[in-house]
Design a protein around this ligand. Structure first.
Ligand code: BDR
Ligand code: CA
Length: 314
């Protein structure tokens, strides 16, 4: 069984990721923490609680975290991708949770859950990395309890928020730099290059909707997201970025990873938020003196049809 905590900014693809973990019998979902990102924190927090209620998981504690990036004052959201409420205008159609929010902030809940856990815990950060950077800074002892961070984020080729940067990293590059360069915890980075290859079609969504109330509710959250991805992909489908990362978190080895040095561009220039993964041959890295830089596992490939089937079945 995998002990798992999800740090999230729901978000339509976050909804699929939360459902994947919440409905998997082989996962101990210890908690869900929220962060600003796709929409403001109040909306991501409400969405996370309602999504857990949809999955019948009011037993899972939820705590709200950072409302803005570590260094910069103003978050920049992605309502144009996910709809202004984060869920294609359909958040209100989800059930009201019966459980109250935790009376502590996300960083405190993360630290408490890690302290109490009986063994190593996987964290899947699928939004900006602000809460995770704050956790590592404020509670360094927690690093030993974290088995690994399976992070949805980064772009090896072009980005989505800018030509260079993927949204989660671009939303708080300083936090991403803190987490990836800190070296306290093993990281797997699941970049958009791979998640795009695991897009699912509108037909896949309709088939999912026919499986029952949760499938139908998830499909109902996708109209605005489909509109966006029609432009991004050029066909009728969506990218479930965050669910790809959570699949790896709950079933290690689902994605093929390559270990490589990775740096986050924190300048104010056009490269801000870029993830520079050094996937050159090790011999060349050694020759040019970068082989020992902080590194992460970069997810580069997967058996895509099997992965789509896995998401569907769960
Ligand atoms: C990431 O950005 C968000 O919009 C999605 O939820 C995902 O976490 C993809 O770039
Ligand atoms: Ca997300």
């Amino acid at each position: 069984r995998t002990r798992l905590i999800i740090d999230t900014d729901p978000g339509v693809d976050d909804a699929f990721a939360i459902a994947l973990a919440a409905l998997s019998d082989d996962v101990d979902l210890l908690g869900v923490t929220t962060v600003f990102g796709n929409v403001p924190l109040s909306a991501t927090t409400r969405n996370a609680s309602r999504l857990l209620a949809l999955c019948g998981r009011d037993d899972v504690p939820v705590a709200a975290g950072a409302a803005r990036p570590l260094v910069h004052r103003h978050p920049r959201e992605a309502g144009y991708v996910h709809g202004l409420d984060g869920l294609s205008g359909r958040a209100a159609s989800l059930p009201e949770p019966s459980r109250e929010l935790e009376p502590v902030d996300a960083v405190t809940l993360l630290a408490n859950l890690l302290d109490a856990a009986e063994g190593p815990v996987t964290i899947a950060p699928i939004g900006p990395l602000t809460n995770i950077a704050a956790l590592l800074a404020a509670h360094p002892r927690c690093a030993e309890k974290i088995d690994r961070l399976v992070i949805m984020g980064g772009a090896i080729g072009h980005g989505n928020s800018t030509a260079a940067a993927e949204f989660n990293i671009w939303s708080d590059p300083e936090a991403a730099h803190r987490v990836l360069a800190g070296g306290e915890v093993p990281c797997v980075l699941v970049p958009m290059d791979l998640t795009y290859r695991c897009a699912v079609s509108a037909e896949w969504l309709s088939t999912l909707a026919a499986t029952g109330p949760v499938g139908a509710a998830l499909e109902a959250l996708t109209p605005d997201y489909l509109d966006h991805y029609r432009k991004a992909l050029g066909w009728d489908g969506i990218v479930v970025h965050d669910a790809v990362a959570v699949a790896e978190a709950i079933r290690p080895g689902t994605l093929r990873t390559e270990r490589a040095p990775v740096a986050v561009e924190c300048s104010q220039g056009p490269g801000r938020g870029a993830t520079i993964a050094d996937l050159r041959r090790r011999e060349l890295r050694e020759e040019t003196g970068t082989a020992e830089a902080p590194s992460a596992g970069i997810a580069v490939d997967a058996e895509l049809d099997k992965l789509r089937d896995f998401l569907f079945e769960r």
